[in-house]
Design a protein around this ligand. Structure first.
Ligand SMILES: Nc1nc2c(ncn2[C@@H]2O[C@H](COP(=O)(O)OP(=O)(O)OP(=O)(O)O)[C@@H](O)[C@H]2O)c(=O)[nH]1
Length: 470
């Protein structure tokens, strides 16, 4: 998931603010606050939890046993850390930890008003204790408010950034069809450039001394206007757009040269120039088509090689699966499928053969799952299968079927035939609101499958130590 929304400027201002805050409050008052809090940290956490659970809707992300256990621990840590004196060089790491809290909230889908409410409960509880311990010392009370507010602001900032990205992704998923307009626009532009070329050539051939005005320049074509005014807004591939602009400049140059040499008649040099112009236009049209098809693939969230989903919609899909499971019961399963010794395969048979293997494995995976399941290309030779609403036994059976399916593939690579195997880590969603736990579990199971000799399925639940973070 992208965390790019927190621009460095915003981060810097948070760092500066907190650095100043810690300096202004000073060590001694902070120790005092911490002492007052530390004396009854369990009480503060318990009250917080009880109060939050009284809020309608909070059980969706608070009622899981692991959350309960972990929350007690992490909240206590958070409070302790907030009121610990901090040297300026320790502030950036502290800021990063607050941002991470916001990201977890976004992943779990905790509504922001709940976070703010939590902040208010904490403030009230902590202020009460500091007031009692320090005889209502105003400076300390203000320090408590300022530190909690600054930290909640950071958490919310990062939460909003991630929610915005998630919202954009789910909009994009829904609006996928709209991007098809781009393909139509691309066709129109390509034919516009060809039209320009035809008009230009007609003039060149008809007139010995072509009197071309600036309006005849390729710069004035729809293609050029679109490229200079709109392409930057539509596409993110700056380098490709820059190439296209260079190509347009080359066409312009070739057309000016063609006018010059035409003045000497229909010479060999003229025909060479015409040929250069033709090639320039063909290349520009090719570059445009590449740009658009790449964008359509990215927009559709598809991996260009295998046509499987890329990671783009992973967050949206897993978050929805998690919510469905929490609301309606049932479990989903994750299979992390990694091809064995793929590097060797590439080295022995070449990268193209490796690509062919990936495509066939992708097809095999897609053919083994039900209509409501998803397959993602998760990384180079790694795939993630999401099996929705499935029992542990059935998930295990699908995983085995997939493993056997990969094993049975015979892929032709020139003279050779290639066989592959896959290791699979299987994890069932355990009801925890943060789906990244299930991914972590599948990852550990995959690692165990590799370590145990590959070409096998390992179930995360069978691993002894579950070191996942809640
Ligand atoms: N042909 C091809 N190869 C790729 C692609 N993406 C990643 N790879 C290659 O996949 C290989 C993965 O190698 P490793 O991560 O070392 O894993 P491995 O060789 O499969 O070994 P194990 O996973 O331990 O069994 C690398 O050599 C990558 O270059 C791709 O799109 N096409």
């Amino acid at each position: 998931m992208s965390h790019g929304i927190q621009t460095s400027q915003i981060l810097d201002s948070h760092i500066q603010l907190l650095t100043r805050l810690y300096q202004d409050i000073g060590e001694e008052p902070l120790h005092g606050i911490r002492q007052a809090v530390e004396g009854d940290l369990d009480g503060i956490v318990a009250e917080f939890y009880d109060e939050m659970l009284r809020e309608p809707g909070s059980d969706a992300f608070l009622s899981h046993d692991l959350v309960r256990q972990r929350l007690r621990y992490t909240l206590a840590q958070w409070v302790r850390e907030l009121f610990t004196p901090r040297e300026p060089d320790a502030v950036p790491a502290f800021v990063q930890r607050q941002l991470e809290v916001g990201r977890v909230h976004a992943r779990i889908n905790v509504p922001m008003h709940m976070v703010n409410l939590g902040g208010r409960f904490l403030k009230r509880d902590i202020l009460t204790r500091v007031h009692r311990e320090h005889d209502g010392d105003l400076d300390r009370l203000i320090a408590v408010c300022e530190l909690i507010d600054a930290s909640i602001a950071l958490i919310n900032e990062s939460y909003l950034g991630d929610q915005m990205v998630a919202e954009r992704q789910s909009q994009a998923l829904k609006m996928h069809a709209v991007s098809q307009n781009l393909a139509i626009e691309c066709e129109r532009l390509r034919s516009d450039l060809l039209d320009w070329l035809r008009r230009f050539m007609t003039r060149l051939y008809q007139q010995d001394q072509p009197a071309l005005t600036p309006a005849d320049s390729v710069r004035q074509s729809d293609f050029a206007l679109w490229l200079h005014h709109k392409a930057d807004l539509l596409f993110q591939q700056e380098q490709e757009i820059a190439k296209l602009k260079q190509q347009l400049a080359a066409i312009e140059h070739a057309s000016e040269r063609a006018i010059e040499v035409r003045k000497q008649g229909l010479t060999q040099g003229f025909f060479e120039q015409v040929e250069a112009l033709n090639q320039g236009v063909t290349r520009a049209n090719w570059l445009l088509a590449e740009l658009v098809s790449h964008t359509l693939e990215m927009d559709g969230g598809r991996d260009p090689l295998t046509r499987l989903f890329n990671r783009r919609f992973l967050h949206t899909i897993l978050q929805r699966e998690t919510q469905v499971c929490i609301r309606h019961g049932g479990r989903f399963a994750l299979l992390l499928v990694d091809l064995d010794h793929f590097k060797q395969l590439n080295d022995r048979h070449g990268h193209d053969a490796g690509d062919r293997v990936l495509c066939q494995v992708a097809e095999a995976l897609s053919s083994q799952i039900r209509a409501g399941d998803f397959v993602f290309r998760y990384g180079g030779e790694e795939f993630l299968v999401v099996l929705s609403d499935i029992s542990p036994e059935n998930a295990q059976a699908v995983a085995d079927k997939i493993r056997r399916g990969v094993r049975e593939l015979v892929i032709n690579a020139g003279d050779a035939t290639i066989r592959v195997t896959a290791s699979i880590g299987l994890a069932l969603h355990d009801g925890h609101p943060d789906y990244s736990r299930a991914i972590g579990n599948a990852d550990r199971a995959l690692y165990a499958a590799k370590a145990a000799g590959r070409d096998r399925v390992v179930l995360a639940d069978d691993l002894k130590a579950d070191t996942a973070d809640a």
